[in-house]
Design a protein around this ligand. Structure first.
Ligand code: GDP
Length: 263
């Protein structure tokens, strides 16, 4: 498990010969986010080969603010807060308009006390199904209020996706939000507590990172954008398929659709 990459604005050469993106590059990419569609049920989501990054968190954790801050847009994620859409999955497209390269999925916030039991059960089913079966899901960003830490509901949500995190198929970034409300000592303690809990999810193949984040102070924003940019560009981890099945199989469209994917 790692803390998110130290950001840099100096381009450098990676081992593969590609220039390492600067803060400016990755923030220009997140800035391209635009609303694509909204769905109240999983099967209404468009099937896609684009890597999808899901944003999840308790209501009030700062999820909408974090998405807007990453995208440097004032109202992008507030579509998710309009009446009738709060229980929906809202999709945003990123990359060039004629060649989108990733999707962000804003999932319904959870834990809002006033929600009745049937709505809670419905939420649970939508989230569990989405995290379990959405094939194009390549990463999850879990927003946690840094003053509260991971709650039981957050841990329950992580259980829905733990198996895919363990294989490395789905990557995980935990953002400890509203970090401006903590002093240095409290921030260190919040990081350590989250690290300890998330240690349970770490395996040889998993990619789990944690970062402090403040939309108010704009801290941790570029670091988070670097992580998402990277996720959108790595080749998907797919389940092993026996050679006999692959022989004569058509080309996998997923690898064609992922520009810059490392094979
Ligand atoms: P959501 O329900 O998870 O989408 O949460 P919101 O993005 O609506 O944020 C909930 C509350 O937290 C709002 O009052 C925000 O202004 C506040 N908030 C969000 N991010 C920050 C932050 O970085 N610092 C501080 N101090 N407040 C924040």
């Amino acid at each position: 498990m790692t803390q998110a990459n130290p950001a840099s604005d100096t381009p450098s050469q990676g081992l593969d010969g590609e220039a390492t993106p600067t803060d400016r590059d990755v923030l220009a990419w997140t800035h391209t986010a635009r609303f694509l569609t909204t769905a109240s049920e999983l099967h209404h989501l468009p099937a896609t080969e684009l890597p999808e990054i899901a944003f999840v968190g308790r209501s009030n954790a700062g999820k909408s603010t974090a998405i807007n801050t990453l995208a440097q847009q004032k109202r992008l994620a507030f579509a998710s807060k309009t009446p009738g859409r709060t229980q929906h999955i809202n999709l945003f497209e990123l990359g060039p308009k004629d060649a989108p390269d990733a999707l962000f999925a804003d999932l319904p916030g959870y834990g809002y006390a006033a929600v009745n039991k049937s709505a809670k059960q419905r939420w649970q089913k939508v989230m569990a199904d989405y995290l379990d079966v959405r094939r194009s899901l390549s990463g999850v960003v879990l927003m946690v209020d840094s003053r509260l830490g991971l709650t039981d509901l957050d841990r329950q949500l992580l259980e829905f996706v733990a198996a895919r995190v363990a294989t490395g198929e789905v990557r995980l970034l935990v953002l400890l939000t509203k970090a401006d409300k903590l002093n240095r000592k409290e921030a260190d303690a919040a990081l350590r507590a989250a690290q300890e809990l998330l240690g349970e999810l770490a395996t040889e193949h998993s990619d789990v990172s944690i970062s402090l984040f403040s939309a108010l102070k704009k801290s941790g924003v570029a670091d988070a954008a670097h992580v998402l940019y990277e996720w959108a560009r790595v080749a998907p981890v797919v389940a092993q398929v026996p050679d006999s099945v692959l022989a004569g199989a058509p080309t996998n469209a997923a690898s064609d659709a992922a520009p810059d994917a490392h094979s």
